[in-house]
Design a protein around this ligand. Structure first.
Ligand SMILES: Cc1cc2nc3c(=O)[nH]c(=O)nc-3n(C[C@H](O)[C@H](O)[C@H](O)COP(=O)(O)OP(=O)(O)OC[C@H]3O[C@@H](n4cnc5c(N)ncnc54)[C@H](O)[C@@H]3O)c2cc1C
Length: 401
């Protein structure tokens, strides 16, 4: 006879583990289980990201992203400090390279102030070069709060602390169905089944699929996977980048725009781009999953996005196949960088929720159901915000006990 869990979290990424940890910290008596389909934690988005601790600069004041990023930033830095996890608050510069970007840059500067950030410094071209001597921009600013960290290490620490508090993590188990009744749900994996009072869905790239298991009517969002590919800068050219260099984001697609990132473990990455992935966990260009691709292409919301932004999409696709085009995008920020300074790096796949009408959900989305809490959209900066999102979800969960 299987034991009955109070709470079962699906997904051992940074959001699921932070949630599980926060629940156990506040209510150690509850039986909490995390189910993860891979044989390690942080195997997907969390283990393939840029490793940036975001300051909260970009997000609409009062949005879940702004609130959780700012609170989560502090919680993460305190956690890393206390647990001895290497991190560095090295700051970043945001660079406008063309006159039409200047009003957007100025707007961002104001937004940062509205979000309570202090210590910004507006910079002219010469000022930018004091921070990054190889950058060419017309205007920019320095954000001192931004940092770097390895989120896989953070996640492993969340898992360790959760288990020390008595939490259980079952790896290598894919949830394939959830059967719900009045008081208990049965979470079914290929190998086992678990009875639980509450399900918390933190399944990242499959959060829509798992959310569908928790309700009978069709859900009205779908995860569209966008692969982000990186190049690494060869060691003899890493002097071109001191810390982090970001372009001014396109307001329609804030996640587009390649940047330079010094990594906490050494090395400098350039990227990521954003191309439609032909499978949800497709880290290589030719990774295809026919059924998943078909589901993306036939989603009415995706068709609307594609009809509106096909040129942007093709541009990203071109840069994915042409190293010369990718290099050209990087040269906007650092003209000296050359194609043969770059070697192919890794890739990550972003889970971007898209509604039926073609709206790309910008904010974090947490949806409550009678027996479940679904974290349906947790894109960047969800790694930075993880402890705060975890705290928010834990509070929603604990109200039910
Ligand atoms: C390229 C890229 C760069 C990024 N850069 C940054 C950054 O610098 N800073 C930042 O703050 N954020 C960044 N992000 C965003 C951040 O990485 C994500 O928002 C965050 O990792 C989401 O965590 P998660 O736990 O929701 O998802 P995931 O890490 O994807 O975890 C979900 C887990 O659920 C599991 N799962 C799925 N389905 C099932 C199932 N049926 N049964 C059991 N388990 C299941 C998966 O195996 C996975 O381990 C970036 C993201 C990408 C892709």
């Amino acid at each position: 006879m299987n034991k009955i869990y109070d709470i079962t979290v699906i997904g051992g990424g940074i959001v699921g583990l932070a949630t599980a940890l926060k629940i156990k910290e506040q209510s150690p008596q509850l039986k909490v289980l995390v189910i993860e389909k891979e044989h390690e934690v942080a195997a997907h988005q969390t283990g393939h990201n840029s490793g940036v601790i975001h300051s909260g600069l970009y997000y609409k004041p009062g949005s879940l992203k702004a609130v959780n990023c700012i609170r989560g930033y502090k919680m993460l830095v305190d956690f890393a400090e206390k647990e001895g996890i290497p991190y560095e608050l090295c700051g970043k510069i945001v660079v406008a390279t063309r006159p039409e970007q200047v009003p957007i840059l100025d707007g961002l500067y104001e937004r940062g102030a509205q979000n309570g950030l202090t210590g910004f410094k507006m910079l002219d071209a010469a000022g930018l070069r004091e921070y990054e001597p190889h950058v060419k921009g017309i205007k920019g600013f320095f954000v001192p709060q931004t940092g770097i960290i390895n989120y896989k290490i953070v996640c492993e620490k969340y898992a360790e602390k959760f288990q020390k508090l008595g939490g259980q993590i079952n790896l290598g188990q894919r949830v394939i169905e959830i059967r719900q009744s009045d008081k208990l749900s049965m979470v079914i994996t290929a190998q086992n089944y678990y009875e639980t009072r509450l399900v918390i869905n933190c399944a990242g790239l499959y959060s829509d699929k798992v959310a569908q298991f928790t309700q009978e009517t069709p859900i009205d969002v779908r995860i569209i996977p966008f692969r982000g590919e990186y190049f690494e800068i060869k060691p003899n050219k890493q002097y071109l980048v001191r810390n982090l260099i970001y372009p001014v984001p396109d307001p329609n697609f804030p996640f587009l725009g390649v940047h330079f990132t010094r990594m906490i473990g050494g090395g400098v990455e350039a990227g990521p781009n954003a191309v439609l992935a032909f499978r949800r966990e497709g880290y290589k260009k030719l990774d295809i999953h026919a059924r998943e691709l078909w589901k993306t292409l036939t989603w009415p919301g995706f068709q609307k996005v594609a009809a509106k932004y096909w040129q942007t999409g093709l541009g990203e696709m071109y840069r994915s196949f042409s190293k010369a085009a990718f290099t050209k995008a990087l040269q906007e920020l650092i003209p000296e960088i050359q194609e043969n300074d770059l070697i192919p790096g890794g890739a990550g796949v972003r889970a971007q929720a898209c509604d039926r009408d073609g709206g790309l959900l910008d904010d974090f989305s947490i949806i409550e159901r009678p027996n479940a809490i679904n974290v349906c959209n947790a894109p960047s900066p969800a790694a930075t915000s993880s402890l705060s999102i975890g705290q928010t979800v834990a509070e929603l969960a604990l109200k039910r006990f």
